[in-house]
Design a protein around this ligand. Structure first.
Ligand SMILES: NC(=O)c1ccc[n+]([C@@H]2O[C@H](COP(=O)([O-])OP(=O)(O)OC[C@H]3O[C@@H](n4cnc5c(N)ncnc54)[C@H](O)[C@@H]3O)[C@@H](O)[C@H]2O)c1
Length: 491
């Protein structure tokens, strides 16, 4: 769990502030708890870090409001265009926006949001506002904010507190500004990593009296909620959207499938055809990576510990091997297990010259990168997120994103996939806000019917037409014609 800062920046000299900013950025990079939601993070452009904190700069939007803190309000025009592109590719959330515009199901909702801030999240934020909510928003990750988008939101009057490259101290300051504001008290939380919930519990526990519920997007945040619930400390209902079907079936698999090729291409300019690739782990992420790479003509090997997933891989036509068997010959290694030390120093010692190594899983220790920091090894920075690691005999491997999630560090996440996740989040917020008393102080999954509704919202963009059950068929299956079509446990 992240710690609250103990020293305030006001106590420090400018030189100290610079040092603290740099060390805090690094500290959070390695202890980051909020990278486990993959629905909305994206990497566009380079970091605009410098030594002047936006916190120390006075900015006003063209409406005269200064209730925000972003890198540069002057970039709002660019951000607005980014949002317009995302809107085109997010049919579900845009349909929801249209349908809910008259009903205003979130009228009088006051939402504290703490998620990645990029063009896709902006579409969600503006949808929630059009549904009647008033919101205050901070970023859940110090590196993922698209500054121009944050500026566009600030210009549109959204109280937003976020910029790319925040320090740990700035991160908590931004979140505090969202939670605590004169004359405004939140009644809903949309969290990605649990930090907004955590800070409110620590600093403003009395606010929980008016909180109607928490919607949590990430694995880590959900884990924290279950722990709180078990300890009897959860005083409001929470919806776990991380485990909703739409997240597992769409977000994880399709995100991996779409972004692995882009990540490798952007960083290494690789041609895929005929390359030998090993994907470690054949869960949803591994499946997505393996399919995409095979589709480009790669020869793909899979490693697995679970016989069921191994059988799936084998029956899908992949060779299931041990890493040690293929490590000398493969051109690319992709880890996707969520486990630690899957790729060890011993494996790396045996890789061939020029082998590309990257990780798609959450754990930064999935590739044992720390074992490469020994005196005989040379690290050569090539381009953003690309390092050559050189052995004393001249052998070199190419390490991407220092072993962190390669797609979140080097690529973008498809807006369409985020649309599915955002629609789920919006519906979960509506559900908690409009159903007082229906939920106790516990953690719930989104009802299956809503998952189906979200999927249905996205079908029209494919001109897909659903088959309707006949009365006899619905009786035969014991289902309502309008759904839900699967049991709640179905994943
Ligand atoms: N990069 C992204 O966009 C993205 C998206 C979603 C999830 N993730 C992360 O990716 C990781 C995998 O996610 P998932 O949903 O596929 O999980 P999963 O549990 O479905 O799949 C992981 C697979 O790895 C296998 N495995 C575990 N240890 C192994 C080992 N030592 N060698 C070989 N196989 C091993 C497991 O048996 C399992 O089948 C997690 O850390 C998750 O948080 C990343």
């Amino acid at each position: 769990m992240s710690k609250m800062p103990e020293t305030t920046m006001a106590d420090l000299s400018l030189a100290d502030k610079t040092a603290v900013r740099k060390s805090s950025v690094i500290a959070r990079r390695f202890s980051d708890v909020s990278t486990c939601s993959f629905s909305s993070a994206c990497f566009t452009g380079t970091s605009e870090e410098d030594d002047v904190s936006p916190k120390d700069v006075k900015q006003v939007n063209t409406r005269g409001s200064n209730d925000f803190c972003v890198k540069n309000i002057g970039k709002a025009g660019f951000g607005r265009r980014e949002i317009a592109i995302a809107e085109q590719e997010m049919p579900g959330i845009m349909a929801l926006r249209k349908r809910a515009a008259d009903d205003k199901p979130l009228l009088n909702a006051k939402i504290v949001g703490c998620t990645h801030i990029n063009a896709q999240t902006a579409v969600l934020i503006e949808t929630l506002m059009q549904m009647g909510a008033s919101i205050r928003w901070a970023s859940c990750n110090i590196f993922s904010t698209q500054n121009a988008v944050a500026a566009a939101l600030a210009e549109a009057g959204v109280p937003i507190f976020a910029w790319r490259g925040e320090t740990e101290e700035e991160f908590w300051w931004c979140l505090d500004k969202c939670i605590h504001s004169e004359g405004w008290q939140p009644n809903l939380i949309l969290d990605d990593g649990g930090d907004a919930t955590h800070l409110m519990l620590k600093k403003y526990p009395e606010y929980f009296k008016s909180i109607k519920g928490i919607v949590e997007e990430s694995l880590t945040g959900v884990h924290r909620l279950y722990q709180m619930s078990k300890a009897g400390k959860l005083t409001v209902p929470a919806i776990n959207v991380n485990d909703s079907v739409t997240k597992n079936k769409f977000d994880t698999y399709y995100t991996a499938r779409d972004s692995i090729l882009d990540s490798l291409k952007r960083t290494t300019d690789i041609m895929f055809g005929g390359k030998q690739v090993v994907v470690c782990g054949y869960g949803d992420v591994g499946k997505g990576c393996a399919e995409a790479l095979r589709g480009q003509g790669c020869i793909v090997y899979i490693t697995e510990v679970d016989p069921i997933c191994a059988l799936q891989a084998a029956m899908n036509g992949f060779r299931v091997v041990r890493l040690a068997e293929v490590i000398r010959t493969v051109d690319v290694v992709v880890s996707a297990t969520g486990n630690k030390h899957v790729v060890t120093r011993d494996h790396m010692n045996r890789m061939k010259n020029g082998c590309i190594l990257c990780n798609m899983g959450h754990a930064i220790s999935e590739i044992d990168v720390s074992s490469l920091h020994t005196p005989e090894m040379t690290w050569q920075h090539v381009r953003s997120q690309v390092d050559h690691i050189i052995w004393p005999d001249g052998k070199m491997i190419i390490l991407l994103a220092e072993g962190r999630l390669v797609n979140l560090s080097c690529s973008t996440v498809s807006s369409f996939v985020v649309s599915v996740a955002s629609s789920t989040q919006a519906l979960a917020l509506i559900e908690l806000f409009s159903s007082p008393g229906r939920y106790k102080s516990d953690v719930y999954l989104l009802p299956k019917k809503m998952d189906e509704y979200v999927a249905g919202l996205h079908l029209s963009s494919f001109d897909a037409k659903l088959t309707e059950l006949t009365t006899a068929q619905s009786k035969f299956l014991g289902l309502n014609k309008a759904g839900p079509f699967k049991a709640n446990y179905y994943r």
